[in-house]
Design a protein around this ligand. Structure first.
Ligand code: ATP
Length: 241
């Protein structure tokens, strides 16, 4: 569904991604793990069109029979419209807007009113607190509730591929577990997931496959259960001996 081929990205003068290649298959949950500053956020921002790679291609095939599309350098808005939703680091909710208004921001490129209401109900069914707090300012929600709102807003775009940047950041373990359960649920409903996580234990539990990013390059990849047993991964990312 998504294939990054030898992606190189500079941020200002800094050479951040030094030839990243990775693949996300339709229906999969793929995790991208790595230390602070390894380039995980940069990878996601490049996929969603917020950064432009210097070299390389990002081939996206929304549906099986669609023609492959090189989205490297495409407008972020066009990429969202074709089904890639980005849940950014730090959630990015609009504090002054109500919870419902935040969710509707996710639907701003759509004009299928009935479907939008249907999706709004589905999101509120998945995260009941978002229905209960519909008219409350998003800034008054707890961190966990804001994380749910960010996922809900991304779902309002009707994504085929949901990419998430550190959804667990700063959240209590029970909340993280709830959000990860919901990601599994969203995936079982047909949405492909690409997840960046510092919490490698949770990420490897959820994902089918994973990539390890170090210093702007993929250094390891494979099925999550294999990576979870890998000596180097255990030592560097899973707190093992
Ligand atoms: P983190 O978990 O800290 O977000 P990350 O793996 O997501 O880490 P990135 O945020 O992609 O890493 O950052 C990768 C590198 O790019 C870092 O060395 C960072 O200092 C650098 N960088 C990030 N943003 C910019 C910027 N706007 N200008 C210059 N360098 C940047």
């Amino acid at each position: 569904m998504l294939k990054l081929n030898d992606i190189h990205v500079y941020r200002g003068q800094t050479y951040v991604l030094k030839g990243v290649s990775l693949e996300v298959g339709r229906g999969e949950i793929v995790a991208l793990i790595g230390a602070n500053g390894a380039g995980k956020t940069t990878t996601l921002r490049t996929i969603s069109g917020l950064l432009t790679p210097k070299n390389g291609s990002i081939i996206y095939t929304p549906e099986k029979d669609d023609p492959p599309w090189d989205i490297s350098g495409a407008q972020a808005e066009d990429i969202v419209a074709r089904g890639i939703a980005h849940c950014p680091e730090g959630r990015g909710v609009f504090a002054q807007l109500s919870v419902r208004e935040n969710l509707m921001v996710g639907a701003y490129l759509r004009n299928d009113k009935k479907q939008i209401e249907y999706d709004h109900e589905r999101v509120c069914h998945m995260f009941p607190i978002l229905g209960e707090r519909a008219n409350q300012a998003a800034g008054s929600l707890s961190g966990g509730e804001q994380a749910m709102l960010a996922v809900g807003r991304a779902l309002m775009t009707r994504p085929r591929l949901l990419i998430l940047d550190e959804p667990s950041l700063g959240l209590a373990p029970l909340v993280v577990e709830f959000i990860f359960d919901m990601l599994a649920e969203i995936n079982s409903q047909g949405v492909t997931v690409l997840l960046v996580e510092q919490n490698a234990v949770m990420a490897l539990k959820l994902a089918n496959r994973a990539y390890v990013l170090e210093n702007g390059q993929v250094t390891l990849s494979g099925p999550s259960d294999e990576l979870a047993r890998d000596e180097k991964v255990r030592r560097a990312y899973l707190g093992g001996e």
